[in-house]
Design a binder for this molecule. Sequence first.
Ligand SMILES: *Cc1c(COP(=O)(O)O)cnc(C)c1O
Length: 235
Amino acid sequence: MTNMISEECFRENLDILNELVENSCFGAGRNAKDVSILPVTKNWPVTAINYASRAGFMRIGENRVQEAIAKQSDLGEIDINWDLIGHLQSNKAKLVVGRFDRIQTVDSLKLLSKLDNALAGIESEISILIQVNTGKDPAKSGIAEEMCSELIEQALQCKKIKVDGLMTIAPFFPEDPKIARQAFSRLRLLRDKMESDYDITLKELSMGMSGDLDEAIKEGSTMIRVGSALFGKRV
Ligand SMILES: *Cc1c(COP(=O)(O)O)cnc(C)c1O
């Protein structure tokens, strides 16, 4: 963690990233305002969160519950919304309610019901994204596309759980961007189907990371999750 970049360097990376996003949007005939950047600060110290916060970001992505909780207590009162983007075991559902605003990685009926139980009798609500393995990558978590209806149906029964949309992580094949693009395209089509089947709005399509954000934006991503392009490579 000693190789944290300077804030100036972070700002330069952010300028470059904004330009990439604008170019992708331009190529896709989209408005760059419709694609938000979620800075991913996993494996970096709280300094990374401070950089992002000072640059105007109000939301941060972390992928491990314990790491995020430790950072939350180090940071104290800071105006940040926390998104969990890593796998969540259902026995940790109690830990995330009240601490995370959104869980992007809901991938089982069991996890949904544990979250619902954990929310009973307390003030908090929670937003979720359903993680779908549209790239059918055995190395990735996320439900199969055919399971999505079942999860949406159950989530719609949970009063304190709000379904914001869908999330995917594309298979990692940098030499063949078509593979990622297809996974993103499938997530968009699935979102469209869920919206029309259940007459709901799923505003977020969380897809695209540093290496595949162009493909994701061209397929309709509303939120790219970016770590290394902002903070450098983790070593
Ligand atoms: C780490 C991580 C990211 C960011 O990855 P980069 O390639 O560093 O941009 C995005 N999404 C998830 C789920 C991650 O775990």
